[in-house]
Design a protein around this ligand. Structure first.
Ligand code: NAD
Length: 358
């Protein structure tokens, strides 16, 4: 099969880590008999430098003509908040997610066996293993609601942020979650604040209706405050966790921290029709850009997610994940995950070791 992939290399360490991930895809292609072709897409600070806008015209159309999108990272101090919105990399990120209709953000948080000691939780908790998938609604809720700021006569300035969710928005993320659970350990934990919020009560009723349609998947409701606590007390109890935008923003960062380094964690953002977008959860790390120091594993594992979820190539995805685990089990470390006694390899060498393991 031939798969066409849009590559957004971006800024900072973006080009370095995308290079290694592309090398891994090519190795998978060679080994399993697929062809991957690439289309370079300019987005972020590098696009501002080249054409004056972080999100050049036609970007979404080029991405939509591909089977999947791989993004390194965008941003950096050169294109900070003093610049007009159209020159800021963050504007481009929000725009591409919106234009591709990417309403579901998937972030696996798995403790890689060789790095169990990097887990900040109690040893006996880490030993039980952590392998959960956080599904965050990405285009609704309070981050996209109507905002207001006005003067009151007696209380100074007052502001409001509206949190709105429709049944349609909840149902589509819910369905995706139950389908995802069927590919994993078949358990869904739906996180809300239904004891307080009306949007959560609607969320819960839609999830309950869906749970009846998926009787093979175990289902539970978890209040958001309890979920925050359970993630540090016993994260091994979770398989797929689904929640609305703001709760997901906070809980997915908490879940990623319990697994160690941000240099290891991939993510996917999906919609219904356009290609999905895969990216590491970290940023462009301008402090180490161009120094062959970046950990390419999060981007390489993003490619494994692409193989699994966009191309339905499970054996190929397994091969990439196993190659990463072998590299770590053999003791190879980039600087961000190395202990003082361990030998450090650079971005390129880590990429090569993982390719050799496939
Ligand atoms: P960051 O994730 O870029 O870096 C935080 C720290 O982690 C830094 O010390 C960095 O060196 C380190 N780090 C990050 N990724 C690493 C990797 N792969 N290997 C080794 N070390 C790594 O976060 P930040 O410093 O807050 O942001 C830097 C820039 O990235 C900002 O402009 C921000 O807006 C942007 N950003 C972009 C995205 C994205 O493209 N999706 C996400 C977050 C931040």
């Amino acid at each position: 099969m031939n798969y066409k992939i849009a590559l957004i290399r971006g800024d900072g360490i973006g080009p370095e880590i995308v290079n290694e991930a592309v090398g891994v895809l090519d190795k998978v292609g060679e080994k399993f008999g697929h062809t991957f072709t690439y289309v370079d897409v300019l987005l972020g600070g590098c696009a501002t430098d080249a054409v004056g806008k972080s999100y050049p015209d036609g970007t979404a159309e080029v991405c939509k003509s591909c089977d999947a999108v791989l993004l390194g990272a965008v941003g950096g101090p050169k294109w900070g908040s003093d610049k007009p919105a159209e020159q800021r990399p963050e504007t481009a990120l929000l725009a591409i997610r919106k234009d591709l209709g990417l309403y579901a953000n998937l972030r696996p948080a798995a403790l890689r066996p060789a790095l169990a000691e990097a887990c900040p939780l109690k040893k006996e908790t880490a030993e039980k293993g952590i392998d959960l998938m956080m599904v965050r609604e990405l285009t609704g809720g309070v981050y996209f609601g109507k905002r207001d700021r006005y003067d009151t006569l007696d209380r100074g300035v007052e502001c409001t942020d509206l949190m709105a969710y429709s049944e349609m928005e909840i149902e589509r993320i819910g369905r995706r979650t139950f389908e995802m659970a069927r590919l994993r350990r078949k358990k869904v934990s739906s996180v809300d604040k239904a004891n307080v919020l009306e949007t959560s009560r609607l969320w819960r009723s839609v999830m309950h209706r869906l749970a009846e349609e998926y009787p093979d998947v175990a289902y539970e409701d978890v209040l958001v405050d309890n979920c925050a606590m359970q993630l540090v007390r016993d994260p091994g109890q979770f398989d797929v966790v689904v929640t609305e935008n703001m709760f997901g923003d906070i809980l997915s960062d908490e879940a990623s921290m319990i697994t160690g380094s941000i240099g290891l964690l991939p993510s996917a953002s999906m919609g219904d029709t356009a290609p999905a977008l895969y990216e590491p959860i970290h940023g462009s790390a301008p402090d180490i850009a161009g120094q062959d120091k970046a950990n390419p594993i999060a981007t390489i594992l993003s490619v494994a997610m692409m193989l699994r979820y966009s191309f339905q190539l499970a054996a190929e995805a397994d091969a990439v994940e196993q190659a990463v685990d072998k590299a770590l089990a053999d003791g190879w470390r980039t600087a961000d995950i190395a202990k003082p006694s361990e030998t450090v390899v650079g971005t390129r060498q880590m990429g090569q070791i993982i390719r050799d393991n496939i």
